[in-house]
Write a new protein. Sequence first.
Lengths: 324, 281
Amino acid sequence: MPTFEDRNLDLIKWHTQYQKNQCEEAYEKMVSEGREYRAIIYEKKGRIAKISLNRPEKSNALNDALYCDLLAGLGEAARDDDVRVVVIKGAGRSFCAGHDLSSPPGDESPPIDPKYHPTVRDFFQFERRRCQKYEDIINCPKATIAQVHGYCIGAGEGIQASCDITIAAEDAQFGTRGFDRLTMGITAMGGTGAPHVWPGGSERYRAFRILPEISGEDAAELSLINKAVPADRLEEEVDRWAKALSLIPNERFAIAKESINSTLDITGLGNAFRNHYNIHLAIQFVRFRSDETNLYKTRRDKGLKGFVQTRSMHATPTLKDDSK
Amino acid sequence: MDYKNIKYEMRDRIGIITLNRSDRLNAINDVMIDELDDLLRKIETDLDAKVLIIKGAGKSFSAGQDLSGNVSSTIMASPPGTPGSAKELLEAQRRRSRRWEYIFNYPKPTIAQVHGHCIGAGCYLAMVCDLVIASEDALFGDPALRMGLTSAMPLWTWLVGDKKARELVFLGRNVNGREAEQIGLINMAVPASRLEQEAIRYAKAISICPGDGMVLCKESINANLEARGVGAAWRFLDDMQLINQQQPFGPCEFNFFEVRNKKGLEAALQERDKPFKDLGF
């Protein structure tokens, strides 16, 4: 039987080729290009690595560069034997405002622009790559903590959901805009923990199904996240959790995490992701009524700000006007 | 029926099982789990026992597996690194899981009446009961990972959802009765003084229902959970237990069993929990 010591990487290097996930791929690519992180800040203190999403002027909206760096950061942390815990947080006012809808067409981060008319075969492969990013975060062998403040919307909610632990400011705002969450495989699995394990009709299921946005405080009350604290205590609270998780050795933790991840698979996570592809595909064919907001048309006619303004009137009428 | 570590009595069609090792906070050793198994098999066919209450004598429901290392090779997974064939380790683990599954699928409604500690295997026992009614200050938790073991209970995800399951399993954090109710781990938390009477009230209400119909109701709910993968999860976690047992303790890893053998159980428990306690967990 191989002993723990044999697997100490100082003594033995892993020679076998294995399928790399997108985190490792992104990290290796970055190293081979000899470049530094562009869109995140990566800091390491002892056993804890911190990744700050760093596009504060865009509320850390995800474009390809940010996504690539986030994955690379996780890849670096996964490789680093000293690191036991990774904290993901956002620089500036928010954790993450979701996909950057101002990304140029052709970027893979936001849903594909309908004018590309991809074949269905290409579409599925493209979606698999997009969704695999979340699965790769879920499968990161280290403990992951999302430190959420401000907006945590759409894809941002997907990222926090893919982390092991989420600690949020009480006034953080979780949610999706413009879509029903249940149709989005990933948010369906995560925004809320694992709603598909909760019976339809239960309070938790309903809260997540109906409410377009909820506060950190409400999310914690419904066990959708682990804890909400006043914003000024967020950092300190996350450090406490990170330190506690960092007490568990990497090898032992990987086994425990694999066990819990397996139960998510069994409750249908993989299927939820496939459903996510299908819904994105189906969305390509949605017809809009004249009083509904079509992202691509409205963005063309009125610009992105105009779109956000129109959408907040149509999709979530109770919300404050975002454009202010 | 004469048992050493449990007691059984019938009261108004309610079968009351008392874990009775109060000097050890009802820590579950091989004798107790065997007796429990034996008793449950015997009263399975007793149509007068329409509902079961499981509770603990003394200060606690149950502090968990007996960690002293005496007479506990059946209930306890052997420590990581213990030599043994995969076949032996896996079969032993399956037997442990089958005991929980047996109670989970027991053909009578079961109520856990929980006060004080309800930790580790004690918590598993409560989780596999249909209803859990606890005192507000009861303590639930699963500290396996703190000792280099992994949680062998798949129901966490189904009962409390993904995030909370990770929190409780990874940190070994305890939650009190009130929080346990809030996260969906138990049905109801009541003041300690009302615990007994509430458990009896629930049991009486259940005992009024037709016993045969109740079995079918339970079957349909359990079939629902089975369809949502609980059965597959038991099996997967059995395999993960095997993997964990095959991984010896690392050079810098806290070795609970070595510390216990050298300094005694109390010292080992303190050493296990201190770094977490210092951080408020």
